[in-house]
Design a binder for this molecule. Structure first.
Ligand code: PMP
Length: 399
């Protein structure tokens, strides 16, 4: 089916889902269905899925309450000429339950809202440059796409980088560019592909907040990937910091397409001035999905469950790595883990992820994984049976 897709779609499948990036052809190219933490490919093979739609599946595929809310909304109308009542209902819900949010806007993708926030910051500060961490991903738009083929240099001329978690590097960038910087955009944790995930070091966010306050720079938190896996009120609350603008998406509607930017009152005037629209931004069904999913996350112990399952997975796999004598680096929060083989490099990761996937445990060799509340303890136990064998295979490969 992939060969056919290649004749119809450039590269067959885009981005990090492309078989080339996944490694050794062990991963399925197409799914046919999924439920909870499991997915079935087009050949009928079942996987315990640790990519969870790259994070969007937070409650488990086809969560009944979320799907019921979507179906109900669709009976009334999905996308209509004018926004439907769920527009205001969801805005009110988010503002009520998110301490930092005084207002919200809705879109479809993370890239829509990260880009919009940079422009709001430019209007607010009357400055142009954007400071971001080297290697961070904030979406596929020209200013931040990791491989800028086809992007004119001038689209990235105003982008300045520093090393995440390195306060010296951050302060140097601020010192050099402060008069031109409109915004600093950061992800709550460092989660670049191929690398260990990093939690923010002590004092990092204090340094960011202070530099922004002292120099009229807007602090944007790009919480698209982490949102609702660390803390319901926002990952910035988990790390005790206060950005000016925040972007969320992925897990907020359990896979239904919606993203959000929200901000503090002081950003509202600029927010009113920056044009924002997309035909599908107004669709009611994903808003109904978000309302249902958010209430489940808020009231049903979802983050605790994800952390519990993530802990089981981490403890089990680290014990296995040790008993096989395989050196691993395990990093990231419990619900957003990543494991690397410092001695074996990406080749060992490809072998491990490929072997696990062939045995029914879908993991990515180079991108962080996700645990969802649709996974069960039985899924984790079954996963560990598979990974035990896979550590043995990697041990043989790297010695
Ligand atoms: N920011 C971060 C931190 C992300 O992880 C992603 C998606 N992986 C994006 C922005 C872009 O989101 P989208 O793919 O929905 O455009």
């Amino acid at each position: 089916m992939f060969e056919k897709a290649k004749t119809l779609v450039p590269n067959g499948i885009f981005g990090p889902r492309n078989p080339m990036f996944l490694g050794n052809q062990s991963h399925p190219c197409f799914y046919q269905s999924g439920k909870g933490g499991r997915a079935i490919d087009v050949d009928g093979n079942e996987y315990i899925d640790y990519m969870c739609s790259f994070g969007a599946n937070l409650l488990g595929y086809l969560h009944p309450k979320v799907e019921e809310a979507v179906n109900k909304q669709m009976q009334k109308g999905g996308l209509m000429t004018m926004p439907m009542d769920v527009w205001t209902e969801l805005a009110e819900y988010l503002v009520e339950h998110t301490p930092l949010a005084d207002w919200v806007i809705f879109a479809k993708n993370g890239s829509d809202v990260t880009t919009w926030c940079t422009n709001v910051a430019r209007v607010h500060t009357k400055k142009k440059k954007i400071l971001m961490a080297m290697g961070a991903y904030h979406g596929f738009h020209s200013w931040s796409v990791p491989t800028p083929t086809g992007v004119p240099d001038e689209h990235r001329a105003g982008i300045v980088t520093f090393t995440y978690n390195n306060i010296d590097s951050f302060n140097k960038a601020i010192e050099k560019h402060k008069d031109e910087l409109a915004a600093v955009i950061l992800t709550p944790i460092k989660h670049d592909i191929f690398q260990d995930l990093e939690m923010p070091v002590d004092g990092f966010y204090d340094a960011v907040r202070k530099a922004c306050d002292d120099n009229n720079i807007v602090f944007i938190m790009d919480d698209i990937r982490c949102c609702y896996r660390l803390q319901f009120e926002g990952s910035h609350e988990y790390f005790n910091t206060k950005p000016d603008l925040v972007t969320i998406g992925k897990g907020m509607a359990n896979g239904h397409p919606i993203s959000v930017a929200y901000g503090s009152e002081k950003m509202k005037q600029a927010a009113c001035q920056v044009y924002f629209s997309g035909t599908h931004f107004y669709s009611g069904a994903p808003m109904a999905a978000a309302l249902a999913a958010l209430e489940i996350i808020r009231t049903e112990g979802v983050i605790d469950k994800i952390n519990h399952l993530g802990q089981m997975l981490k403890d089990g796999m680290l014990e296995q790595a040790q008993s096989h004598g395989v050196d691993v680096s395990w990093t990231g929060p419990l619900g957003i883990p990543f494991m690397r083989f410092p001695k074996g490099g990406p080749g060992a990761s490809i072998t491990f992820a490929g072997s696990a996937t062939k045995r029914g445990v879908f993991i990515h060799p180079h991108h962080n994984w996700f645990v969802c509340a649709g996974h069960t303890e039985a899924d984790i136990k079954q996963t560990l049976e598979v990974t035990d064998e896979c550590f043995g295979i990697v041990k043989k490969q790297i010695g």
